[in-house]
Design a binder for this molecule. Structure first.
Ligand code: ADP
Ligand code: MG
Length: 353
């Protein structure tokens, strides 16, 4: 779930601040980063709060490690591995965090009508997104049918009262890779707030959450990368008050089979990797929601996503279709938080929600 396909660090959005480079005088922002969940985690605070940073980063590191241990399907001792091993058999009692993430992932699976599916793992594995040697040829339709027959969120049986979970089909597997990083960001945020932190940003590569202000009267500024030229940004998001942002893109994690690139997000309804989207950025009131929905909306694309966006409170999106010239499709409310780069002002289109 958290294994990087390549050894790149998939930072899909970047924090914009001159102060990030160590230089003369007091730094505007202070940041600590460390490798976690197959990517890079980080905590950023205003320069004036730099003395708190080591304690914040330590708590964040511990929390992320704990979440990874619980939620990763690659930890053989974790509860998700146990659940997966027992697929088709007995139920497993989950700890409260895992129960909560699994319940939320089933909720988003229903909301997105299966575009987000925490049981897409056999497909993810079939296409070679779990690492190892790349496939020489794409899977055959028979292999895809086979993998689809062991997937489907409706076969996850969850009893929230007894905290028991069971996978009804033998060979089924739960993969929380599309939501766990967001959940970990929320868990870190809650702990930092409980510790008294007011102005900070938590970052797990493509998933971030911002509180307070980096400097008086200023929001946190998060750059959204251009999927066609990742050295460049298409615009800046202005976030504060606990808002979160997640990006799912076709440009950081992919496999190449017979010269064709396949993005690491699968359409669980067809069994094929998603084609047509270059990037989807979701801004939401928490990072679990932004993470799950960025994956779901990447599958759905702007047209099919409209009903999901209408039904989901506290959630806005920016879609970049996989075609040139570049287009930036945004939800109406996002106009308040997204400032396109000068070069891309004319590329903005507002969705009719
Ligand atoms: P990343 O993990 O790169 O941040 P996402 O948050 O979009 O990107 O999640 C992608 C991961 O989610 C994949 O690596 C895979 O483990 C899993 N996944 C792939 N397709 C789906 C899907 N349709 N629904 C839920 N999870 C998925
Ligand atoms: Mg996601």
């Amino acid at each position: 779930m958290f294994r990087p396909i390549r050894t790149v660090w998939p930072i899909r959005a970047l924090i914009l601040a001159a102060g990030l480079t160590v230089g003369c005088g007091r730094r505007e922002l202070a940041r600590q980063t460390w490798p976690a969940m197959g990517t890079v985690a980080g905590v950023t605070v205003p320069g004036r709060a730099e003395n708190h940073l080591p304690a914040y980063a330590e708590l964040a590191r511990e929390t992320v490690r704990e979440m990874e241990g619980r939620l990763s399907q690659f930890n053989p001792d974790g509860v998700i591995s146990m659940l997966n091993r027992q697929a088709g058999g007995d139920s497993v009692v989950l700890d409260p965090d895992t129960l909560h993430v699994l319940a939320l992932s089933l909720h988003y699976a229903r909301v997105s009508r299966g575009a987000f599916d925490p049981t897409a793992s056999p497909l993810v594995r079939l296409w070679g997104f779990h690492g190892g040697a790349p496939r020489a040829t794409p899977p055959t339709p028979a292999e895809i049918r086979d993998a689809l027959s062991t997937a489907g969120y409706s076969h996850v049986v969850l009893n929230e009262e007894t905290r028991e979970a069971r996978l009804a089909l033998p060979g089924m597997k739960v993969d929380l890779g599309g939501i766990a990083k967001g959940y970990a960001v929320d868990a870190v945020s809650a702990k930092l707030k409980a510790m008294g932190a007011t102005d900070f940003m938590v970052n797990l590569a493509g998933d971030m959450r911002c509180f307070g202000e980096p400097s008086k009267g200023k929001p946190w500024r998060i750059g959204v990368r251009n999927p066609f030229n990742t050295a460049e940004i298409v615009g800046v998001l202005h976030l504060t008050d606990g808002w979160a942002v997640s990006t799912s893109g076709h440009y950081e994690r992919f496999v190449e089979i017979e010269g064709t690139r396949y993005a690491h997000i699968l359409d669980p309804r067809t069994g094929y990797p998603v084609a047509g989207m270059a990037g989807v950025t979701v801004v939401a009131t928490n990072a679990t929601l932004s993470d799950a929905l960025s994956t779901a909306l990447f599958v759905l694309g702007p047209d099919q996503a409209l009903s999901v966006l209408r039904e989901t409170e506290g959630c806005d999106a920016l879609f970049i279709p996989d075609r040139l010239p570049l287009e930036l499709w945004i939800t109406p409310e996002l106009q308040r938080r997204f400032v396109p780069d000068r070069d891309w002002v004319d590329a903005v289109r507002v969705l009719d929600l």
